[in-house]
Design a binder for this molecule. Structure first.
Ligand SMILES: [Fe+2]
Ligand SMILES: [Fe+2]
Length: 274
């Protein structure tokens, strides 16, 4: 199966770029968008349906989809817009296409990457738009780091249960917005930048090795794990069998700056064969 995989298209901060179409479109079976397509997820569903009416599309919400919205109402609207179409909006849910199961979740993070989750949550709450621009509880409350943490645990429980299901010859593709691995580059970065890493990534490599990581049963790693959010390109096999890939565009291009976007390595035609 040929997967056309990307994330962080950020249409709200993009001018003069569109999804390759016609002859420029790569040969693919399923398009996967791992979040941060556009705020208001139902608009993302409409955008995808317009461009890809003829193949299945897997669409997972990023942190930007619910900006200016109630996070749960935004998802409901997106699911209503996608119901009965070729676009599959997945939040702690799976869809099976041929012999491949796709498991999708925004994921959020455990804030534990630097060893002090409490401190990381305070920093993220102070500095990140996620915890200013997203509402919860029918718009009545602000979405806060502890809400993100609760959702992270729920998604990890969902993913574990999927990783434990027998799948014989079938394959499993996990799609999340937040990163499941630490930053791999050794390049030193300023402390104030590193302090936000726990809001972008969790170390979930324990889900990429077989065996039971607790009493819940035998875990079989996924074949592929796609993520976004960090606006980077990444492609490596982690643990035993899990190919972990990120192909994020990020913000841009901007008027007057042709084809310049956050991640210079973004490949708008990236195909992953599984
Ligand atoms: Fe993004
Ligand atoms: Fe993001």
């Amino acid at each position: 199966m040929r997967l056309w995989a990307m994330s962080d298209l950020h249409l709200e901060l993009t001018r003069g770029w569109d999804l390759p179409s016609g002859e420029a479109r790569p040969d693919f079976d399923v398009l996967i968008v791992a979040g941060d397509l556009i705020p208001r997820m139902e608009r993302g569903v409409a955008w995808l349906r317009e461009r890809v009416p003829d193949r299945p599309v897997i669409y997972v919400a990023g942190n930007h989809e619910p900006y200016g919205q109630d996070i749960d109402i935004d998802l409901e609207k997106a699911k209503a817009a996608a119901a009965g179409t070729n676009v599959h909006v997945l939040q702690n849910e799976t869809v099976r296409i041929d012999d491949v199961t796709f498991a999708g979740a925004t994921l959020w993070t455990d804030f534990a990457l630097n060893g002090d989750a409490h401190r990381a949550m305070i920093t993220a709450g102070d500095r990140m738009n996620d915890f200013k621009k997203i509402r919860i509880s029918n718009y009545e409350q602000r979405f806060l780091p502890h809400h993100a943490l609760t959702r992270h645990f729920k998604s990890v429980a969902f993913l574990k249960s999927e990783l434990r299901k027998p799948r014989r010859e079938g394959r499993l593709v996990v799609v999340t917005h937040h990163a499941p691995v630490r930053q791999q580059s050794e390049a030193p970065r300023p402390e104030n930048e590193r302090a936000l890493d726990p809001a972008y990534r969790s170390d979930l490599t324990r889900l990429m090795v077989s065996g039971s990581d607790d009493e819940g049963g035998l875990l079989r790693p996924a074949d592929l794990w796609l993520y976004g959010h960090t606006h980077e390109s990444f492609d490596a096999v982690i643990g035993e069998t899990t190919r972990v890939v990120s192909n994020s565009k990020g913000y841009g291009p901007w008027p007057g700056h042709q084809r310049s976007w956050d991640n210079p390595h973004f490949d708008e035609k990236l195909i992953i064969e599984i």
